[in-house]
Write a protein that binds this ligand. Structure first.
Ligand code: IDP
Length: 160
C-alpha cells in the first residue's frame, strides 16, 4: 500500500514541450494542452513568445549541418510559440508517443501529429527526445524561477 506522498518519488521527470508557430496559428493550443492534462501530467512552466533566431538555432543545434536547418530555424522564429515544461512519470518517453512520428503522415491517428498535421515542416509540436535533451532545452527556454513548484491534489488519483 502506497500513500500519495510516497508515490511522488518517480513523478518528477520533466520534458520540454513546445507548440510550434503552425500549432499556435491553427488554434491548437487548448487541444494540445488538454491531452497532457488529461493524461495526468503537471504543467509547471508555460509562456508565449516569438523566439529570436539565435534561440531557435540553439534549440535545434543538433541539426546545424542538415540541409533543412535554415528553413527550420526561420520557421520556428517566424511566429509565436507556446513553450512549456510538463512533469510526471516517464513524461519524456510518453510525450513522444503522444506526439507521434516526425513525419505527421507516418504518425498514428490518435497522436498529436497524426491527428493535426500533414507536412514534415509543419508538424505542430516539439517534445524532448531524452533526459539529456530535456535538461538542455528546459535550461535554454526557462529560468528556474519560471518553473512552479506545487502539488496537484489530483495526483493522488493519478498515481497509486
Ligand atoms: P522531432 O521533432 O520528431 O524530434 P527531429 O529529427 O529532431 O524530429 O527534427 C526536428 C524538426 O525538424 C522536425 O520536427 C521537423 O519539423 C524538422 N525536420 C526533421 N527532418 C526533416 C526533413 O527531413 N525535412 C524537413 N524538415 C525536417
Amino acid at each position: 500500500f502506497a500513500t500519495p506522498a510516497m508515490a511522488t518519488a518517480n513523478n518528477k521527470e520533466r520534458s520540454f514541450i513546445m507548440i510550434k508557430p503552425d500549432g499556435v496559428q491553427r488554434s491548437l493550443i487548448a487541444d494540445i494542452i488538454k491531452r497532457f492534462e488529461q493524461k495526468g501530467y503537471k504543467l509547471i512552466g508555460i509562456k508565449v513568445l516569438v523566439p529570436a533566431k539565435q534561440l531557435a538555432e540553439a534549440h535545434y543545434e543538433e541539426h546545424a549541418q542538415r540541409p533543412f536547418f535554415q528553413k527550420l530555424v526561420s520557421f520556428l522564429s517566424s511566429g509565436a510559440v507556446v513553450a512549456m515544461v510538463w512533469e510526471g512519470q516517464e513524461v519524456i518517453k510518453f510525450s513522444r508517443n503522444m506526439i507521434g512520428a516526425t513525419n505527421p503522415l507516418a504518425s498514428a491517428p490518435g497522436t498529436i501529429r497524426g491527428d493535426f498535421g500533414v507536412d514534415f515542416g509543419h508538424n505542430v509540436i516539439h517534445g524532448s527526445d531524452s533526459l539529456t535533451s530535456a535538461e538542455r532545452e528546459i535550461a535554454l527556454w526557462f529560468k528556474s524561477e519560471e518553473l512552479a513548484q506545487y502539488d496537484l491534489t489530483m495526483q493522488a488519483w493519478t498515481y497509486e
